[in-house]
Design a protein around this ligand. Structure first.
Ligand SMILES: Nc1ncnc2c1ncn2[C@@H]1O[C@H](COP(=O)(O)OP(=O)(O)O)[C@@H](O)[C@H]1O
Ligand SMILES: [Mg+2]
Length: 310
């Protein structure tokens, strides 16, 4: 019998995967599976030659999300895409957070600016919070690209925020305005990783935003610069994240069982209660190197999807 083959989809800037994913290759080899990194937008690849295509570090898709979504559908015609194209399509645009909110799950209160509304500067300005720090970010982004932090009380900062929001809207992008949750700077952000629908491990992400977004920041940069450390998730965090993961089959058409992976990023609100900053189903870093046993759990779950139990 020939060995199952898995493509680990990555971007041209990371042809050998991000360091955290590289140990997947030997871990899968131990399980009788051939796995190799493959650049998602390389036209020469025959996706039908793989039993399964696992999306990993394809982070440059935010530059051309429609091409990426077309690619996910194409792969699904000839192979098995993990996570499935339906989950990816639902998740690449942070507007999915509206569905979480409607399902009663806690998100950061958000003002959504739609490019079709042609907001002028004044209309944008009136949608900013009256005091404190706030965040402007596009709904399609990864690695904090095009994301800025501003202060509502300082006129120059508000002016920069208006310019930032206007530039995104003019480019046809949907924009989110959120209060900056201060505990991100002290307690930090927790990323809770789920494998096959079960909580596996958690890590802490250091704060990412220091000030206004400047054009050119991280331009063309698909390599993330994030400081992560191991952390224990609290019972409250696990409970919130479990509710989010459990809701997915109801929220996402085409998802009817547990996904191979999901990452729920939580931050404390001003009362200290965990709220969802981001839910990552498409191409999340999973931080195997920070949690003993997590790589084996993941490799086992993946192997079970390509090799029927003996
Ligand atoms: N409302 C917010 N309050 C505090 N920090 C935020 C907020 N929104 C974003 N951030 C910071 O910006 C980073 C990137 O935002 P996020 O929504 O996770 O988008 P992505 O990781 O997809 O670029 C977060 O890791 C966090 O440090
Ligand atoms: Mg994030």
């Amino acid at each position: 019998m020939t060995q199952p083959r898995i493509a680990l989809a990555t971007s041209s800037a990371l042809p050998e995967l991000e360091a955290d994913d590289r140990p997947l290759v030997p871990a899968l080899a131990e399980r009788g599976i051939t796995a190799e990194p493959v650049v998602w937008d390389d036209p020469a690849v025959d996706w039908s030659s793989y039993d399964l295509v696992l999306i990993r570090s394809t982070w440059d898709y935010t530059q051309h999300p429609e091409d990426f979504l077309a690619w996910t559908r194409k792969v699904e015609e000839v192979s098995r895409l993990v996570n499935p194209a339906s989950a990816v399509a639902w998740n690449v645009d942070k507007q999915y957070q509206r569905a979480l909110e409607s399902a009663g799950l806690p998100i950061i209160p958000t003002i959504w600016l739609d490019p079709e509304r042609n907001f002028d500067s004044r209309a944008i300005h009136t949608r900013f919070p009256a005091f404190g720090d706030f965040v402007i970010k596009p709904t399609i982004s990864t690695g904090s690209r095009d994301t800025g932090r501003y202060n509502a009380g300082e006129t120059p900062s508000r002016a920069l925020a208006i310019t930032h929001a206007k530039n995104l809207l003019t480019a046809g992008r949907h924009v989110m305005v959120q209060r900056y949750l201060r505990q991100v700077d002290t307690v930090g952000e927790s990323a809770l990783v789920f494998i096959d629908g079960r909580f596996s491990h958690a890590v802490r992400k250091a704060p990412q935003l220091e000030g206004p977004f400047r054009a050119g920041d991280a331009e063309g940069d698909t390599v993330k610069h994030e400081v992560m450390t191991a952390r224990e998730a609290s019972a409250e965090e696990i409970a919130v994240a479990e509710r989010v993961v459990a809701a997915l089959p109801q929220l996402v058409d085409g998802v009817d069982g547990a996904l191979l992976y999901a990452r729920v990023d939580l931050v404390p609100d001003d009362a200290g209660r965990p709220v969802v900053l981001e839910l990552a189903l498409a191409e999340p870093s999973l931080f195997f190197s920070l949690a003993d046993g997590s790589l084996d759990r993941f490799a086992d779950a993946l192997a079970a999807r390509v090799s029927p139990p003996a």
